[in-house]
Design a protein around this ligand. Structure first.
Ligand code: ZN
Length: 329
């Protein structure tokens, strides 16, 4: 089954709002979908395109008309999608100019023209300015959909021209249900524990190895925090593999620790003065956990910059190890 056909249960409010707007003839010219990463922003953008282009307005998106079938195959002449080109992390001005020129032409089917920009927070400054011109004077029956997980990176002038829809991360149960409907049974629970609540990232993935990497990473982090393993060897091994995925696991592990250390959770580290918790578990205070979380995120966003990955990762892992233990010298 295609990912488009399985409606994510956590998006039914947003799809209903779009359908109501379309039936009332009030689809906005520009929509900004602010998504939690991997939570379905692109899915919703594609839904909006089907809605605008479907040939049966009262049932749109019907899924059966020629327009819907073309949109499903990304082959509709009135649908354009721009994303960073290969080898680039940015959407460039030429791409936006091409899109704007195309939107200014009459639609092939006599209806809407739809442009999807994803991730829109990768528009560079020049490209965002070029887009602004189209946003300020959109041709009639145009729908621009910007998908972004960090809309604050976009100029306020662009944001103010867009109607905003928010896509929150699903619950674990919703994400597992969607992946199971799409792909059949598998260790989705374990794979989601590795990548976080980002089911769209798993639509084409094999869950078993991902689940295994997550379990192995959590085990190693527990051992590091207990001073039972060497940060250097671990950092070198992880830096050679899929570091982005490891960093995601570390981020999830830290987030879980922070969650548990809130009042009412398992730990209350700031109240406890000793270096170890009663169960002998290692001690990290909540400020350190937040500091580490920031560093992990920084390292993740700097992955495309030349840097000594193993060294940066080792420094980070060393801070997990309890002070004064042999391996964390
Ligand atoms: Zn249709």
């Amino acid at each position: 089954m295609s990912a488009t056909a399985v409606v994510p249960a956590w998006l039914t409010g947003e799809t209903a709002a779009l359908v109501a707007a379309a039936r009332a003839g009030r689809l906005p010219h520009a929509l900004l979908i602010h998504e939690a990463p991997g939570a379905g922003g692109d899915w919703l953008a594609h839904f909006a395109a089907r809605l605008a282009l479907c040939e049966r307005p009262l049932e749109a998106p019907c899924g059966g008309c020629l327009a819907c079938r073309r949109v499903l195959a990304w082959q509709h002449p009135d649908l354009m999608r721009i994303a960073p080109l290969e080898d680039s992390r940015q959407i460039r001005i030429e791409q936006v100019r091409d899109l704007s020129a195309d939107l200014a032409l009459t639609s092939h089917a006599g209806g809407y023209k739809v442009g999807i920009l994803t991730p829109a927070d990768s528009l560079n400054r020049f490209a965002a300015n070029a887009l602004l011109k189209t946003l300020e004077e959109p041709p009639a029956r145009t729908l621009l959909v910007l998908v972004a997980s960090q809309p604050s990176r976009l100029p306020a002038t662009v944001l103010s021209r867009c109607q905003r829809l928010t896509v929150r991360a699903p619950t674990r149960a919703q994400a597992v249900a969607w992946l199971t409907a799409l792909r059949g049974s598998g260790d989705w629970e374990g794979a989601l524990a590795t990548v976080g609540e980002a089911p769209m990232l798993l639509a084409d993935a094999d869950p078993a190895p991902l689940a295994q990497i997550g379990a192995e990473t959590r085990q190693a982090l527990d051992a590091l925090a207990a001073g039972q393993t060497d940060p250097l060897a671990t950092a070198e091994r992880w830096a050679r593999g899929d570091l982005a995925l490891r960093l995601r696991c570390i981020e999830n592990w830290l987030t879980e620790r922070i969650r548990r250390s809130r009042p009412g959770g398992d730990l209350m580290p700031e109240v406890r003065a000793g270096p170890y918790l009663p169960g002998g578990a290692p001690f990290l205070n909540i400020r350190e956990l937040f500091g580490l979380l920031d560093e992990v995120r920084e390292l993740r966003s700097a992955l495309d910059v030349p840097l000594n990955r193993a060294l940066a990762l080792e420094a980070l892992l060393r801070r997990l190890a309890p002070r004064g233990t042999g391996v964390a010298a």
